[in-house]
Write a protein that binds this ligand. Structure first.
Ligand code: ADP
Ligand code: MG
Length: 350
C-alpha cells in the first residue's frame, strides 16, 4: 500500500473518527495524519478467509467497478457499523498505512460514536478497536467531540448548538456543562442527497447516472438557495430512451429542486430541536448562534437558509471534515477532559 503516511511516530496513541464517508486519524504530537474514504476492498478466497486488497482512496476508486470475487464496500451505513469484522479490517489497514515500519504497540485509542449509540453497539465498537490492536478504548459522542473541535465553550454553563451533516446522518445537539442536553438525528445526510439527485435526473431526463456522479454534481453546483447566477454541469451516463451512453447538461436550479426534501428535513429537525431547548439555553443560542459542521455543511448557501429559517446566526466551522477528529484529538491529548465531563473509566462496561 502507499507509504505517504509512513511516519516515525513519537507517540503511540491515536484518535479516530470513523465516519460513514470518511475516516480520520490523529496521532498525539503530530495532528491529523490520515483522512481517507471509509471504503475497503476485500476478497474471500472460497471459504471465509478475508483478504484486504485496498483501503481508503484506492478502494473508493473500485466502488461499483469490481468483478465477482472482489467487493469494494462502505462498511458503515447511516453512521452505524454494518459489519464489525470488515470494519475491524479497515481500522487495522488504516493503522498499518500510517505506521508501516514500527507498528503501533497497543495504542490507546479515543473514538467518536454517534450520539444515542446503544450500550450493545458501544461494546461492539470497543471490541472492534481492541481486535484492531488497541490497548485501551475511550468512546466519546460525536456531538461533544465536534463542540470541542469547533472551539465551543463546552464545559461552561452556556448553551451551544451543533449541527453535523455527515454522509449517513445529520445530528443536532444542544450542549452545556460538558454534556448533551438534547440531541436528535435523522438518517438524512450526503448519501441521501446523492440518491435524490440520481432519482431526479432519472425521472426528469430519463438519464441514468451513478452515485459518484451524483455526488460530483452536488459538490459542483448543489445549493440550498438560488445563487447569483445559474451554474451548469455536464454529466455522463446512460440515456434510458436510446439505451446508450451519452451526456446531459443540468443546472443549479435542477439540483436545488432535487435536494428540496432532504434540505427541508434537516431544517425541520433543527427547528424542532430549537423548540424543545430549555429557555435559558435558548437565550444563549441567540447570542452564540448555531454551529454547522460535517462535509454536508459545505452545500452552498445551506448556512444562509438555516439563518433565514431560524433567525439565528449560523457559523460554518473552518474545516467541517476535521471538526470531530480535532475534538477527539483534544480528548486524547488530555484524557482528564473525560473525567471532567463525567465519563466512566474505560474498564467499566458501558
Ligand atoms: P462522515 O462523518 O459521515 O464520514 P463527512 O463529514 O466526512 O461525513 O461528510 C461527507 C459528506 O459530505 C459526503 O456525503 C459528501 O458528499 C459531502 N460533501 C463534501 N463536500 C461537499 C460539498 N462541497 N457540498 C455538499 N456536500 C459535500
Ligand atoms: Mg462525521
Amino acid at each position: 500500500m502507499a507509504s505517504k503516511y509512513t511516519l516515525a511516530l513519537s507517540s503511540n496513541d491515536l484518535a479516530i473518527d470513523l465516519g460513514t464517508t470518511n475516516t480520520s486519524v490523529y496521532v498525539q504530537g503530530k495532528g491529523i495524519v490520515l483522512h481517507e474514504p471509509s471504503v475497503i476492498a476485500i476478497s474471500r478466497n472460497g471459504g471465509k478467509d478475508l483478504k484486504v486488497l485496498a483501503v481508503g482512496n484506492a478502494a473508493k476508486q473500485m466502488l461499483g467497478r469490481t468483478p465477482e470475487k472482489i467487493s469494494a464496500v462502505r462498511p458503515i451505513r447511516d453512521g452505524v457499523i454494518a459489519d464489525f469484522e470488515i470494519v475491524g479490517s479497515m481500522l487495522r489497514s488504516f493503522i498499518a498505512l500510517i505506521d508501516r515500519r514500527r507498528g503501533f504497540v497497543k495504542p490507546r485509542v479515543v473514538m467518536s460514536i454517534p450520539t444515542g449509540t446503544t450500550p450493545v453497539e458501544k461494546r461492539a465498537v470497543r471490541e472492534t478497536a481492541l481486535s484492531a490492536g488497541a490497548r485501551e478504548v475511550h468512546l466519546i459522542e460525536e456531538s461533544l467531540a465536534a463542540a470541542m473541535g469547533a472551539g465551543l465553550p463546552f464545559i461552561e454553563p452556556t448553551g451551544s448548538m451543533i449541527v453535523d451533516i455527515g454522509g449517513g446522518r445529520t445530528e443536532v445537539s444542544v450542549i452545556s456543562l460538558g454534556g448533551i442536553v438534547l440531541s436528535r438525528s435523522i438518517r438524512v445526510g450526503g448519501d441521501r442527497m446523492d440518491e435524490a439527485i440520481l432519482q431526479y435526473i432519472k425521472r426528469r431526463y430519463n438519464f441514468l447516472i451513478g452515485s459518484g456522479t451524483a455526488e460530483a454534481i452536488k459538490m459542483a453546483i448543489g445549493n440550498a438557495l438560488p445563487t447569483a447566477s445559474t451554474h451548469t454541469f455536464e454529466i455522463r451516463g446512460r440515456d434510458l430512451v436510446s439505451g446508450i451512453p451519452g451526456t446531459l447538461t443540468i443546472d443549479s436550479n435542477d439540483v436545488r429542486a432535487a435536494l428540496s426534501e432532504e434540505i427541508a428535513a434537516i431544517v425541520e429537525m433543527v427547528r424542532v430541536t430549537l423548540e424543545r431547548t430549555p429557555p435559558e439555553l435558548s437565550a444563549d443560542l441567540i447570542e452564540r448562534g448555531i454551529v454547522l459542521t460535517g462535509g454536508g455543511a459545505l452545500l452552498k448557501h445551506l448556512n444562509l437558509l438555516l439563518e433565514e429559517e431560524t433567525g439565528l446566526p449560523v457559523i460554518l466551522t473552518s474545516d467541517p471534515f476535521s471538526t470531530v477528529i480535532l475534538g477527539c484529538g483534544m480528548v486524547l491529548d488530555n484524557l482528564d477532559i473525560l473525567r471532567r465531563i463525567g465519563y466512566r473509566a474505560p474498564s467499566a462496561s458501558s
